[in-house]
Design a protein around this ligand. Sequence first.
Ligand code: NGS
Length: 279
Amino acid sequence: NIYGEMERSYPPRDNSCVISISDKRFSQLFYPEEHPREDPVVMARRLGILPGGQWKPLNCHPLFNVAIILPYRNRQSQLAIFMNYIHPFLQSQNLDYRIFVIEQSPMRDFNRAKLFNVGYAEATKINDFHCFIFQDIDLIPQNPDNIYACTKMPRHMSSSVNTFRYNLPYTGLFGGAIALTRKQFERVNGFSNVFYGWGGEDDDFYSRLQSRGFQVTRFGPDVAQYYMLTHKKESPSTTRFANLESGARRYDTDGLSNLEYRVLNHQLRPLYSWILADV
Ligand code: NGS
């Protein structure tokens, strides 16, 4: 029973929300690109989403308190498809959640891992989030039983992606979508900040977890199914292997502990909190 592995954010009460309702709406929606798109303001009003993309159930006591962190640059149509889909999905799970989009300013190569650290740091300033989901905007969870909340061990959520024909390509893959409690994330000093450009930062993060004795967990491949929105493949960074190799020497000094960035702009948009950062 996967739900036995969940790490609650709040103690249960008489009127605790049920964790999953296996909502059948979601399996009908693929392809998500073709799902009817609702105007963000209309959607927020219809679903009772507060400015900045916050929501919690009002008729039951939520068990999970989650910040969803999405690194972002230049993927406007994916962002729209993701938001259109994810709010009803998260609401079906009765979570107390808030969505953060962390956009990297132009010029430097994209630094997915550092944007996660920025998202973590900014979210933590706003609220005492118990659980963090770090995930790519192009990944759409297909199974409503894939709870967007934390487990007793750090969890690789997207182990079954359509582009890999729903197979895990290698055991150490920890990219795509992951869930960690604040404590777990702090224990490994967050992500490395040095991975500019595509690739390797998730492998480094996996090594960090292993170095601290964490066994990562995954739900079964049927539950962990994701649909990836199509896009051109990025060209991999040339420094990723060198950074990976020297990674172990930096676990304590490179991460949340030395995180530096500037927030250039921020807005509470109808479906998410937007933060523009120079990293
Ligand atoms: C590995 C990358 C990871 C990446 C994974 C899957 O090779 O960062 O492929 O990529 N590691 C290195 O480059 C060192 S995927 O096929 O999803 O584009 O997450």
